[in-house]
Design a protein around this ligand. Structure first.
Ligand code: AMP
Ligand code: MG
Length: 374
């Protein structure tokens, strides 16, 4: 895309911010005033504009999912490479019929997890432009459970294509402040619906005949998916580094992601060894530690960001992206964090953190003290 098109589309937009009361969201009964505001947001979508909206996973940067032009605006606003396809958000699971070639397995997963944080990749129909799917002949579909997202899709009357509402490469936004940091002046409207519940992006599966592959772990765990059908495969890129020239099953897997400016090092080893190492390293004024709540009393408060309790991967998932953004603002020259376990929602946490760390993991043997690892 040339620069003048980009400027025309995305720069210097007057971004309107619409605040929705948390009480309205939790009761899912919207006042007339809010419905009118959401109708305006839906109009913006129908007219080809960009609206950021809250979902239960992270905030989405939405536009008309049937419009090639609107998709182009999303890529420009995010600086996202145009071969990294978008997820299309639908109001009801059966709306998938309009955009994809569905199958019995799709409906099994839909009955189990929709509406909710699951994205399913299926062969696409012609109603979805190739610019939305990054040129692929498959399409990613998700039916979110967040009441604002559902109402907006319903009012728009079109499916909403929406990647996470961050600048490409930055952590996904889990509250409106993050969105404002990245998207002010680049979108027409931001709907502030408070903090996202889950805090990590949706679980993505691909259904190909009888084969189901987990492409991105998220709030719906591998075990939960395996209750629907046997033999769910896990794409190697979920936990491993892609080999040079390897073509990933999901184009997004090849891009640098979630990465703060400072290098992130994940520490593996026994808790007592890792904490000794961290105590020694925290003497350095340029390091920052994403630590467990239980460790906060053991480390200097100015060097730490509390990421949640040790055995609460759910809480850690909820906090991770805002912790990475906060870490960046402190401009450390190194960030340490614990290597997560790979079970339950821990697999999603592992997948995001290993990418934030560009796969840098250090094993701390017993008796090792900090000594400038990198
Ligand atoms: P985001 O929108 O930022 O949550 O990222 C969406 C993710 O879904 C990216 O990693 C994409 O590569 C992936 N994705 C979307 N559509 C497809 C598709 N048709 N096939 C494979 N991966 C997809
Ligand atoms: Mg994203």
């Amino acid at each position: 895309m040339n620069k003048s098109t980009l400027e025309e589309d995305n720069y210097m937009k007057q971004t309107k911010i619409l605040l929705i009361d948390a009480a309205e969201i939790s009761s899912a009964t919207f006042s007339n005033e809010t419905v009118t505001a959401l109708e305006n947001a839906a109009d913006v979508i129908r007219q080809g504009g960009l609206v950021v909206f809250p979902t239960e996973t992270v905030y989405g940067l939405g536009a008309d999912g049937t419009s090639a032009d609107a998709a182009r605006k999303i890529y420009a606003a995010k600086n996202r490479p145009s071969d990294n396809p978008l997820i299309i958000h639908i109001e009801k699971p059966e709306d998938a019929e309009l955009y994809a070639k569905t199958c019995e397995l799709y409906y099994k997963f839909a009955r189990a997890f929709m509406p909710g944080p699951l994205t399913v990749i299926l062969p696409k129909k012609d109603t979805v432009p190739f610019s939305v799917t990054g040129g692929l002949d498959s399409v990613a579909l998700r039916c979110p459970s967040h009441p604002v997202a559902r109402r907006l899709i319903g009012l728009a009357g079109v499916p909403i294509a929406a990647p996470s509402a961050n600048l490409s490469g930055k952590p996904s936004p889990t509250c409106a402040e993050h969105v404002i940091e990245d998207m002010m002046g680049r979108v027409d409207m931001i709907i502030d619906g408070g903090e996202s519940d889950i805090g990590l992006e949706s679980t993505i599966i691909k259904i190909d005949g009888k084969t189901v592959t987990l492409l991105r772990p998220g709030g719906i765990t591998y075990d939960a998916l395996s209750c629907v059908t046997d033999g769910v495969e896990i794409a190697s890129a979920v936990t491993e580094q892609l080999a040079k020239d390897e073509r990933p099953l999901s184009p997004g897997m090849k891009y640098r992601h979630y990465a703060p400016d400072a290098p992130v090092v994940l520490l593996d080893g026994k808790e007592e060894d890792v904490i000794e190492f961290l105590k020694a390293e925290s003497q350095r004024s340029d390091c920052l530690i994403l630590c467990y709540t239980e460790e906060t009393g053991l480390l200097p408060s100015e060097r730490i960001i509390d990421i949640g309790r040790m055995n609460d991967a759910q809480a850690q998932a909820h906090k991770l992206f805002s912790a990475l953004r906060d870490a960046d603002k402190l401009s450390p020259s190194i960030i340490y964090a614990h290597l997560p376990q790979k079970d339950g929602i821990g697999l999603a946490l592992y997948n995001r953190m290993i990418r934030a760390a560009a796969h840098t993991v250090k094993y701390i043997p017993s008796g090792m003290k900090g000594n400038n690892l990198i």
